[in-house]
Design a protein. Structure first.
Length: 76
């Protein structure tokens, strides 16, 4: 490529990068689906599993507290 072609290519690349940064005027429209890598999918699945485990722990903890309260009341 000659120098002029290289400059045109760089300018087009910069213009495309600037266009990608612009927020669309109608965000309620369907967003462009993008590729989700295997590593990202694994992170998402891990986060969901942790969230689900935390939810399970929250539901188990009050049940144990309720079971413990009658025993402590009998001892007093």
């Amino acid at each position: 490529m000659n120098r002029k072609q290289e400059m045109i290519k760089k300018m087009a690349k910069r213009a495309k990068a600037r266009k990608n940064k612009v927020v669309p005027s109608n965000p309620s429209s369907k967003p462009v689906e993008r590729y989700i890598s295997k590593a990202e999918r694994a992170k998402i699945a891990l986060a969901e599993a942790a969230e689900q485990a935390a939810a399970n722990n929250e539901t188990d903890t009050p049940a144990q507290d309720v079971a413990d309260t009658p025993e402590t009341a009998d001892k007093k």
